[in-house]
Design a binder for this molecule. Structure first.
Ligand SMILES: Cc1cc2nc3c(=O)[nH]c(=O)nc-3n(C[C@H](O)[C@H](O)[C@H](O)COP(=O)(O)OP(=O)(O)OC[C@H]3O[C@@H](n4cnc5c(N)ncnc54)[C@H](O)[C@@H]3O)c2cc1C
Length: 439
């Protein structure tokens, strides 16, 4: 089943709580621009916004609607770090480069706060995130990571909480320790990305929706690359590819470098205040270290938004709802009987090493096509920073782009057809291991 077919889920809580303007017109005929951006998620919109701030003429092509894939359907947790461990980066690039990349990820969180303020985006932001462990052994490992981040990465803002200190913050017996990030936040991601898109348009960016790029003609001679959609062509000086998981459906070689990864979320009816205060009194967003990664938070109107990781086994909505309700009950048995009002899924794009894929398209030297892809389940903050860094690169400041482009990637050893069955086998295996470990 294609990524796009998997997206035909019920509308999200987020879509139900925004009023969208009518669709922007699709690209038609032959148009010209300085920079063509492919993809209207946070990565693409941020790139367009940052380029416009630097005086570029920018046209963004979005296959569906802005924020309709991962960026407008996610858990809303604005987190430091990347989807991979920072040790993955350190092993490849050394401590100094890994420290600089870690610092970019904490700056990325601050960048979200600055953008909310600068562009007056009302996105239901609330402060604080918690990352917690489901096992005593996991808590020890997490504490070692926390200490390492403080001692070797200079990250002193994270607070370590032992099991007893965690209990007043999360009304659950499930966790054995974790850290709290007071700088982290959570928000309504669709309001955020729509707000960024509106800011970009105010700065002169042209956005075409319903404009799937089907082909890229690379630059030739003095002529820049051309993007082709069903209805038009966009002649560009440069192109930035920021198409997330669906890009591999149309543009090679993303179907080998990354794989699509499903996650589903439910939103309950609003909880009575006493129940909300009993489950997350400080209103932080929470993620845990279980294999499926449960992630959840309360909205300002006290709905529990509860998501859980890869679930290729739950292709239909009933199965997904049952899966998520089971997982939510395992954390908060006190929510038994609370009605689920929304259920939706989303697809993110995950590279083999779970680190972002930035650099020249197909690795070609001299290309005028750049990519900012592969942010996995950790992209709400870092996609924004990636957009800024791509814009810097196009404006002639290459240092931070080259730092990220230095991360090495390998293609998945099997084609897209085999990715999902192989992934399912892996999921079964890791779930079984987790089951044994927590018995
Ligand atoms: C259910 C779920 C929960 C998540 N929770 C969190 C979380 O709590 N915190 C966190 O940090 N991260 C989370 N993530 C991950 C995060 O949402 C992503 O990393 C991030 O949004 C990726 O942004 P993007 O702009 O790269 O891609 P996307 O948001 O997928 O945007 C890419 C856009 O490109 C368009 N496109 C693709 N191909 C083409 C084409 N050929 N032509 C034109 N347009 C094209 C698509 O239609 C899409 O709109 C979650 C993801 C999911 C799915």
């Amino acid at each position: 089943m294609s990524v796009l077919q998997r997206l035909r889920h019920a509308p999200s809580y987020y879509e139900a709580t925004v009023t969208r303007a009518p669709p922007r017109p699709a690209l038609s005929g032959l148009q010209r621009t300085q920079v063509g951006v492919v993809g209207g998620g946070i990565a693409g919109v941020s790139t367009a916004l940052e380029l416009a701030e630097r005086g570029f003429k920018v046209t963004l092509l979005e296959a569906q609607r802005v924020g309709s894939v991962a960026s407008g359907r996610n858990g809303g947790q604005v987190l430091a770090g990347l989807a991979c461990e920072i040790s993955t980066i350190e092993a490849q690039l050394g401590l100094d480069a890994a420290r600089r990349i870690w610092a970019l990820t904490t700056d990325a969180v601050q960048l979200v706060r600055q953008r909310l303020q600068r562009y007056a985006i009302e996105a239901d932001a609330q402060d604080g995130t918690l990352f917690v462990s489901c096992t005593p052994k996991g808590a020890l490992a997490l504490q070692a990571d926390w200490r390492d981040l403080a001692e070797r990465y200079g990250c002193t803002s994270l607070q370590w909480l032992e099991r007893d200190a965690l209990r007043p913050r999360i009304g659950s017996e499930r966790y054995h320790g974790g850290w709290r990030d007071p700088d982290g936040l959570h928000l309504h991601p669709l309001k955020y990305v729509l707000g960024l898109a509106a800011a970009a348009e105010r700065l002169g960016v042209t956005i075409h929706e319903g404009s799937r790029v089907l082909r890229i003609d690379p630059a030739q001679g003095g002529q820049g690359p051309v993007l082709h959609t069903d209805g038009g062509q966009l002649q560009c000086d440069q192109v930035v590819l920021a198409g997330g998981a669906p890009l591999g459906e149309t543009i090679a070689p993303f179907n080998r470098l990354t794989m699509p990864y499903d996650s589903w979320i439910i939103a309950t009816e609003p909880l009575p205040i006493e129940l909300a205060d009993a489950v997350i009194p400080g209103r932080e967003a929470v993620a845990d270290d279980s294999y499926d990664i449960d992630y959840y938070r309360l909205t300002p109107d006290r709905r529990m938004l509860f998501g859980s990781g890869a679930n290729y086994l739950a292709r239909n909505e009933d199965a997904a709802r049952a899966f998520l309700q089971r997982r939510m009950m395992a954390v908060f048995p006190q929510l038994a009987g609370v009605r689920v009002e929304h259920l939706w899924g989303g697809v993110m794009e995950v590279p083999l090493n779970r680190a972002p894929v930035m650099g020249p398209w197909r690795g070609d030297a001299g290309t005028r096509v750049w990519q900012a892809q592969g942010f996995g389940g950790h992209g709400v903050a870092f996609t924004g920073m990636a957009g800024r860094i791509v814009a810097e690169h196009l404006a002639g400041e290459h240092e931070r782009f080259e730092l990220l482009a230095g991360i090495r990637h390998r293609a998945f050893p099997f084609g897209r057809g085999l990715q999902v069955p192989m992934m399912m086998a892996g999921i079964y295996w890791y779930r079984l291991r987790e089951h044994w470990a927590t018995r």
